[in-house]
Design a protein around this ligand. Structure first.
Ligand SMILES: Nc1ncnc2c1ncn2[C@@H]1O[C@H](COP(=O)(O)OP(=O)(O)OP(=O)(O)O)[C@@H](O)[C@H]1O
Ligand SMILES: [Mg+2]
Length: 378
């Protein structure tokens, strides 16, 4: 029997729950040409949500086509141009002949040095001196708009892990180039999403930055306990196993409604259930989840400085005034300037987040649990 829970891949179909308001919002933006910036901590469901909204829009509106570009393993500006143009050509036609005609028509500058070929897996592949393109990316950046007009389509370009542009040699220069083109596009809408909240906020809300006010900023919330309760119960039932509402609630609460972990913990519980879930199996499943991850957590912790670990200890103890004299003294945090440095370093490492300003929180609920019940209680 295949398990009714899924994690580590995009949540689709029956594995996808709720997000109704966010789906409506995204679809509206895609249809009305409003750029969107979607931000949430890791594994809260950004990619799944965008894909879901994209699939629905494409099914409902024949004139809209969605292009997905993942910057996860794009390390340079050159790679970005290559991936972007290939994705756009592919979405614009699908047929090699037509792609070639687009290249001839819209990438004139690069003829005859450009070649289009289906590569080993029949995906489109473009060869070009991308170093040169970097200096004159105009045609490439406008390719989507040109094709959209030609084919009387509206394109939506969804770029995942957008924060990775910070790995480029000149991130600011890159942003200036792309913004100056994208803001003129009438038939292409952009949806940019990623998890490094601080970096994303800086890029999109700082007046001096090229992407200032580029689109609507959406902070993805977690999925509520209420919703998880129903979801977990339904998924159990679909395989003729049962658990009570309270048990489903406890699973969700154990991992603070974190979507990835709710699915993972539910699955461990499900494996332990023959027909009816036992209370003690929830605790055992949680222990087992923590054990699976403990090596990873140990590594993360070993790579922190002593004061960073002390800071996490203070957070776990639910200390509020982290820069106060007493707290700095009690937790050996150095000085108040040091406290802000620690905070920033931990935010950069994506270990903590301060979505509510001045109220930093550990991002990973299972890491938090491990620190509290294993590491600090040793
Ligand atoms: N709407 C949802 N319904 C059910 N489970 C979900 C949902 N959204 C996310 N999940 C769970 O969370 C996991 C992570 O989702 P996803 O990859 O979409 O998140 P993400 O925010 O893009 O993560 P990352 O920051 O790592 O890119 C999924 O594999 C799934 O287990
Ligand atoms: Mg993602």
């Amino acid at each position: 029997m295949s398990t009714p829970f899924m994690f580590g891949k995009l949540a689709t179909d029956q594995n996808f729950t709720n997000r109704k308001a966010e789906i409506i919002k995204l679809k509206q933006n895609f249809i009305s040409g409003i750029n969107t910036i979607l931000i949430s901590p890791r594994r809260w469901g950004k990619s799944s949500l965008v894909k879901k909204a994209g699939i629905e829009v494409e099914a409902e509106q024949k004139s809209i086509r969605i292009i997905y570009l993942d910057m996860f393993n794009i390390r340079t500006e050159e790679e970005f141009y290559k991936c972007l143009s290939e994705a756009v050509l592919k979405a614009g036609s699908g047929k090699l002949e037509e792609s070639l005609s687009f290249v001839r028509k819209f990438l004139k500058q690069w003829i005859p040095r450009i070649t289009v070929s289906p590569d080993a897996v029949q995906e489109m592949s473009l060869s070009l001196n991308w170093e040169e393109v970097k200096n004159k990316p105009d045609e490439i950046l406008d390719l989507a708009e040109s094709i959209a007009i030609e084919k009387e389509l509206n394109l939506v370009i969804c770029i995942d892990e957008f924060q990775n542009l910070s790995n480029f040699k000149d991130p600011l220069g890159f942003q200036k180039k792309i913004r100056s083109h994208w803001q003129q596009h009438q038939h292409v809408t952009y949806c940019l999403y990623g998890s490094k909240r601080h970096m994303m906020i800086e890029v999109f809300t700082k007046q001096s930055m090229p992407f200032y006010k580029f689109g609507e900023l959406i902070f993805l919330p977690k999925i509520s306990t209420e919703n998880w309760k129903i979801f977990i119960q339904e998924r159990f039932l679909s395989t003729h196993k049962i658990l009570s509402e309270q048990q489903a609630e406890r699973i969700a609460m154990h991992v603070e409604n974190h979507p990835y972990y709710v699915q993972q913990l539910s699955q461990i519980c499900w494996f332990r259930t023959s027909i009816e879930l036992k209370d003690e199996d929830i605790e055992r499943s949680m222990e087992s989840l923590v054990m699976q991850l403990s090596l990873l957590f140990q590594n993360i912790t070993e790579n922190l400085t002593n004061t960073q670990v002390n800071y996490l200890k203070a957070l776990i103890d639910q200390v509020r005034m982290l820069s106060s004299k007493e707290v700095i003294y009690k937790y050996h945090l150095g000085s108040s300037a040091n406290v802000s440095r620690i905070r920033e370093a931990l935010i950069n490492k994506e270990i903590i987040d301060d979505q509510v300003a001045g109220n930093p929180e550990l991002q990973d609920p299972v890491y938090k649990y491990w620190l509290k019940n294993y590491y600090f209680s040793r």
